[in-house]
Design a protein. Structure first.
Length: 536
């Protein structure tokens, strides 16, 4: 009887143990099955991606089937982490989620997953690829500094990493997006020279060519583009490479080769809606061949619908220079204004910006001079002379205006001395007429010995012009203070009498018509003269 009870007890314990084992086994299977399904879905999506790469298709965006598989991967990994927190497969799940979000171009979500992976599993087996993917994520979200930080970690910890090629590429793209052309050139050069057999060497070679173009290194840009132009997989990129190569050849004087290249891609230009850009490059070639009128005719008859993207500012730059040379100033001003809208792609953005502004001012002075009063003419003529000399490179025309102003000694002595000085500079520095410069300088020193211009002529580079101008301003302020004080006391005593700590501003609500304004003006002038607080 006792033996029977013991047998029953052991049997019961055995059943309990078996049940617990079954539950544990089923639980473990569920965990691993969940991850297995996540990994399976991910591999299916990656297989489709690999097939697209082999076929030379664009892989920047996943297909609907890929997206579905990546989303299933994320769903299964989330389920694993929610139902079985702390499981040994958690780091695997975080990696798959981060990579799936990256493939789906959900870069912020990918960043979150990789941050969790780095924080909780600093020694995980996916670190090498994770560093690269995180660098790419930050590049795509515009955080170049953090992207470069992860790339540096990749180089430091995995110097022979298979992702080094990607690191060079991403770092080059980071630098290119920031317009750091030297850095971009270095990274892209490292890629194409270290990994010449990489399937993306053509794509990176094009970026290298663009970087060299920005640096005006046209010979090297042409050499690099010639090496890769036939290896670029994406056809539109290949078209862009051929077009840029033609532009480099033009800068090298290889105009016939450029013509042949443009003729070879004219059909593709229509496909990629790049007819306008091809016309721009043809115009550049006409100019290089000494045919400016042909360039002008070509660009002036270009269809309006071609003026898209980079075309309008490039047309503006070319036409502006041609019209400036022909002294068609109104038309040139319009074109330089168009060119200044996108300084990223024009050849000399600083010059274009200056021309756009100065031509507008110059054209305004032409209109204003027609009916200007005599007292207004010197200022307008000096403005024209300065623009002609400094921006439009017309020293002879500038000289004529400086000379006209220099004769106005009775009407406007301040303008007259500026006219003399400007004429002397034109004679000496721009027209190589030193004898005429000597005569003009002698006249200036004799007629206006106390002027700032005379100081510069006497002392040259050692002249302390700043101190001289300050003293001159102080003397003028003293004279004006005495003049206003001679008008008698101001009737309105409501103006503030405390000494200002900074040059005083006009009291709020006042105007030159009020007595209060007169008191403020007097105190302002006293302040400028160094006598603030002395008026009664």
């Amino acid at each position: 009887m006792a033996r029977s009870k013991r047998s029953d007890l052991f049997a019961t314990i055995g059943l309990v143990v078996a049940a617990v084992a079954t539950v544990l086994l089923m639980s473990g299977c569920a965990r691993y099955n969940t991850f297995y399904n996540a990994e399976k879905a991910f591999k299916e999506a990656e297989h489709l991606r690999d097939e697209k790469i082999k076929a030379g298709e664009d892989i920047s965006k996943p297909t609907a089937g890929q997206s579905q598989s990546y989303q299933l991967t994320i769903k299964k990994c989330l389920k694993l982490m929610e139902n079985y927190p702390g499981h040994s497969l958690t780091d695997d799940a975080l990696f798959l989620m981060g990579k799936s979000h990256h493939r789906l171009q959900q870069y912020n979500s990918s960043i979150e997953q990789f941050d969790l992976l780095f924080k909780n599993f600093p020694a995980n087996s996916f670190m090498e690829e994770s560093l690269y993917l995180q660098a790419a994520n930050h590049m795509f979200t515009g955080d170049v500094a953090r992207s470069n930080g992860f790339l540096q970690q990749l180089r430091d910890h995995y110097p022979t990493s298979r992702f080094q090629a990607e690191a060079f590429r991403v770092q080059g793209e980071n630098a290119f997006s920031l317009e750091r052309w030297q850095e971009a050139r270095t990274s892209f050069t490292s890629f194409v020279e270290t990994f010449p057999d990489d399937e993306r060497v053509g794509e990176v070679g094009l970026m290298l060519g663009r970087s060299l173009w920005k640096l005006h290194e046209y010979d090297e840009a042409a050499r690099r583009l010639e090496q890769v132009v036939n290896t670029i997989v994406e056809r539109e990129d290949a078209f862009d490479a051929q077009l840029l190569l033609a532009r480099c050849w033009i800068r090298q004087g290889r105009t016939e080769q450029a013509d042949e290249q443009l003729n070879a891609i004219v059909t593709e230009a229509e496909v990629y809606e790049a007819d306008g850009m091809v016309s721009v490059v043809r115009a550049e070639n006409h100019i290089a061949k000494g045919e400016p009128e042909e360039a002008k005719r070509l660009l002036s008859t270009m269809p309006t619908e071609w003026m898209r993207g980079d075309v309008l500012p490039l047309v503006g730059e070319i036409m502006g220079e041609l019209q400036l040379e022909a002294w068609e100033l109104d038309e040139a001003a319009v074109n330089f204004r168009n060119a200044s809208r996108n300084s990223r792609i024009t050849s000399n953005p600083e010059r274009i910006k200056r021309l756009s502004g100065d031509l507008q001012v110059f054209n305004q002075t032409i209109d204003r001079l027609e009916g200007a009063r005599e007292e207004d003419r010197p200022s307008l003529l000096l403005t024209q002379a300065n623009i002609l000399s400094e921006t439009l490179d017309r020293p002879r025309m500038a000289l004529d205006r400086y000379l006209e102003v220099s004769t106005l000694t009775e009407q406007d002595s301040l303008s007259a001395v500026r006219g003399m000085f400007g004429a002397a500079v034109m004679y000496r520095n721009r027209l190589a007429l030193p004898d005429s410069a000597d005569l003009m300088e002698s006249r200036l020193l004799e007629t206006y010995p106390a002027s700032p211009q005379a100081l510069v002529l006497r002392d040259g580079s050692e002249a302390d012009l700043y101190s001289y101008l300050l003293e001159l301003e102080r003397e003028q302020a003293l004279l004006l203070v005495a003049e206003i004080a001679a008008e008698g006391p101001v009737a309105d005593d409501s103006a503030p009498t405390s000494r200002p700590t900074v040059g005083p501003s006009m009291p709020e609500g006042d105007s030159p018509a009020t007595g209060r304004y007169s008191r403020w003006r007097l105190r302002k002038l006293e302040w400028n003269a160094g006598l603030a607080g002395r008026s009664g």
